[in-house]
Design a protein around this ligand. Structure first.
Ligand code: ZN
Length: 206
């Protein structure tokens, strides 16, 4: 297969990912500019999420619980299955020890939302209550589609600033330590987005 075919394969697999696809890209622990199609975590197998977190909006809703989010002193709703809410609580408790870091994640833009990903007919991880978006400082608040990109085949210029902010780096590392990936490490960047994906982070699966 040539380059063009393997490029087509990524966008095709994105639409209907198997569990093998889901684990096929290694989530990076460094802060390097992601190459095109390097979107570890965006390949999601819907059935996997439904089994873990709930089959329908109603089932997911019944699995939601309240997390005391210490960086803001407010609460967040998060799925309690698979330890997701417990791990989010740990993230918040650790970030809250540092005021400067807390400021980055003090404004939640939401967790649970049974919806399709913009521009697709695939369920967002927000549908399962295992993702949270934060309002980051303006120059770090970046989503590829807001920059006019519509296809993984025609990538935007990756905004390097996302990787060069020491405080944001620290925030991201704390999330990762507790089983969350950051959308800022995707070629199809989504910097407000943090998502509970322990299968991509625990040593045994890497
Ligand atoms: Zn999000």
């Amino acid at each position: 297969m040539g380059g063009v075919d393997s490029n087509a394969a990524f966008t095709t697999r994105l639409k209907n990912a198997s569990i093998a696809d889901q684990l096929s890209q290694t989530y990076p622990l460094d802060f390097a500019i992601p190459k095109q199609y390097k979107d570890a975590g965006r390949l999601r197998n819907d059935a996997f999420f439904k089994v873990l977190y709930g089959n329908t909006a109603k089932e997911v809703q019944a699995n939601m619980t309240t997390v005391q989010w210490r960086p803001s002193g407010k609460t967040l709703q998060f799925n309690k299955r698979n330890n997701a809410s417990i791990q989010l609580q740990k993230v918040g408790d650790e970030i809250a020890k540092d005021k400067a870091l807390s400021a980055y994640v003090a404004k939640s833009l939401g967790t649970l939302n049974w919806r399709m990903i913009a521009g697709t007919n695939r369920l967002s991880s927000h549908s399962f209550g295992v993702a949270v978006d934060f309002h980051l400082p303006k120059h770090l608040h970046k989503y590829w589609r807001w920059d006019g990109c519509t296809s993984e085949d025609k990538p935007c210029l990756y905004p390097k600033a996302l990787l060069q902010d020491p405080k944001l780096n620290q925030v991201v590392k704390i999330f990762e330590k507790h089983g969350f990936i950051w959308g800022g490490k995707w070629a199809s960047y989504d910097s407000p987005h943090f998502e509970y994906r322990p299968e991509l982070l625990i040593k045994e699966c890497r």
